[in-house]
Design a protein around this ligand. Structure first.
Ligand SMILES: NC(=O)c1ccc[n+]([C@@H]2O[C@H](COP(=O)([O-])OP(=O)(O)OC[C@H]3O[C@@H](n4cnc5c(N)ncnc54)[C@H](OP(=O)(O)O)[C@@H]3O)[C@@H](O)[C@H]2O)c1
Length: 159
């Protein structure tokens, strides 16, 4: 399993159910890396997608404890069920939110992290992998800038 996330300099990833800063270049990077793959997503994050609907062009696996059907998605109700659903695909990326990243980190081997040099107030965080000896940054793009915000694309792999 892989994961993809955008983090601020304090590893914050969101506030009040949404992402405080969205970069066009990061959206494009996300689209490129997830297109055609399966994505594992928490119910709250899915509700923050455009129209509150699953993403087009990906096989959406939505994790919820509720007994609901979601058009355009496979609904699962536990980590075990999610792992089974993910195993049917060649490629599955965990796309959040915080609770999903945390629960599936032990099953994740590679993480695409966009590091954004801002620190708006967050209430959701990704674990700080720079302080975790199990993870190393194996690739990093040069710094880029969008409307005055500096960011870079990094790849972390489990040691
Ligand atoms: N920066 C980024 O790259 C990025 C990416 C994604 C999300 N985010 C941010 O992350 C925040 C949302 O994170 P979050 O932790 O609050 O919500 P979340 O992980 O998106 O969704 C949580 C929901 O997932 C379901 N769930 C979680 N674990 C489950 C389990 N083991 N079994 C069954 N269902 C389970 C539950 O749904 P039910 O309540 O329906 O049972 C739970 O309420 C937002 O601020 C969002 O913007 C940031």
């Amino acid at each position: 399993m892989e994961a993809i996330v955008a983090v601020f300099s304090d590893w914050g990833i969101g506030s009040k159910g949404t992402q405080q800063v969205v970069l066009k270049a990061d959206r494009a990077h996300f689209r490129e890396l997830t297109s055609g793959a399966a994505v594992l997503v928490g119910r709250k994050t899915m509700e923050d997608f455009p129209g509150g609907k699953p993403l087009k062009g990906r096989n959406n696996i939505v994790v919820t404890r509720q007994n609901v059907e979601i058009e355009g998605a496979e609904v699962v109700h536990s980590t075990e069920e999610a792992l089974l659903a993910a195993s049917k695909y060649d490629r599955c990326l965990c796309i959040g939110g915080a609770s999903i990243f945390r629960q599936f980190l032990p099953y994740t081997e590679r993480i695409f992290i966009t590091k954004i040099d801002l620190a708006p107030e967050s209430d959701s965080y990704f674990p700080n992998l720079d302080e975790d000896p199990d993870w190393e940054c194996t690739e990093q793009s040069p710094d880029m800038e969008e409307e005055g915000t500096v960011f870079r694309f990094c790849t972390y792999e489990r040691r």
